[in-house]
Design a protein around this ligand. Sequence first.
Ligand code: ATP
Ligand code: MG
Length: 475
Amino acid sequence: MLIRNSSPDPAGGAPDWPPIHLPEHVVSVIGTLRGAGHQAYVVGGVIRDALLGAPTEPVMDVATSALPEEVQRLFPRTHPVGLEHGTVGVRADDGTVEVTTFRADVETFGRKARVRFGNDLREDLARRDFTINALAFDPETRELIDPFGGLSDLAARVLRTVGDARRRFAEDYLRILRGARFAARFDLEVPDDVRDAMRESAEGTRSLSGERVRDELMKTLAQAERPSAAFRLLRETGVLEEILPELEAAFGVEQNRWHPDDVGEHTLLVVDAVPRRHSFLRLVALLHDLGKPAAKTWDPARQDYVFRGHDEIGARMARTILERLRFPRRDIERAAGLVRAHMDLFPMESGDAAVRRWLQRVGEENVRDLFRLHVADWAGNRAKPQPARELRALYRRAREVAAARGALKVADLAIGGDELRSLGLPPGPRYREILSALLQRVIDDPSLNQRETLLREARLLAGPVAGAPLSPDGR
Ligand code: ATP
Ligand code: MG
């Protein structure tokens, strides 16, 4: 089906679509390919996003009948993106275009699909997962090529697969996760047959690599205004149980008089409450209370359930989950640290020393994130009014104390290993012990953080040292 996009009402009765504007460099890449006798179109999610007025990605996708070698010959500046999939990156002055040779399936079995290069746009579009992603655009004629009804699905906000949903999911189970992401991101209705197919194919998602699930999870958190819609769909179709059983286990775990929602529902509310641009913190929110099911105990004194230690348990679980999903080490440490610290907040009436000890415990670099997490955690509790003002006051206090630049780490001390050596103390684990002890004193009283004072303290802590040179003051 060809639809001229320049007309105000291309889908006949469907809402007006904005005209598709493409950056000049894409149009020029397509011009070059066509000039050499090849077919070339802008394809996929870029067109979907342009029609929805959603912000488009910086990298445009072009599909062409030209083989990868020909693409490399035609453009002076190219780099291999995925030559085995037929994708060549073409660098133009004001952007990069990913040019992919038309593909056609010969035979598909999970990810081990045998693919050959083709020369037919329709065949290429038929390999794509959802109708809203199986769109192509011809910038010369301004025609939208829409063989599977993607435009009307987009207008009706429906998620439909290209062809039989069960088959398409079995070819690549990641499509189920992608579907949940698109449904949440574009607020799409998921028809019963697609939902049923997701449910019947759920077990297959277990075989997905950690990396692919990770990337899809992060895209969901970064793109959907309310990622909870995606998780609800994954849960309802049994997919969550396969890819994130720890979150599934949090549903149905009732809390106590402070929480109207069970742990799972509360978790989703907190994820939604973290602003979209802080997608990593949304991941932390997803993990922050997962220790609760294991920590839940009855407290007879309070006559209620308590979750003592759920922060520690949760931090360990966060590590396990993020390792399984192949997150980089640095991300794992950061997330686990935030989960561990998410219950740790100093009382407003604390003295500076107590605030400094808190800063040392949670890490000064985590303070902003922790407060954002606290704000979301409160917003995700429908029983309690959000004490935003108190949290802001605590945050200000933490920042003031941190800005006063008292020492928080051994490295901030006015003396270090060199000075200990000058006292005649042989290098060894004692250095660490002495410096840590000095740090605790300095955290209590920052005025002690001076070279002479600390040397004196260190000498006392080190005790008599054989062969120690006489100290400057003759003691
Ligand atoms: P986004 O870029 O927002 O993640 P997208 O739909 O653009 O979403 P990409 O990964 O950029 O996803 O892929 C571009 C296009 O390639 C998609 O629109 C779709 O047509 C096709 N595609 C990507 N992944 C798959 C898949 N797993 N199965 C089938 N088609 C896919
Ligand atoms: Mg894309």
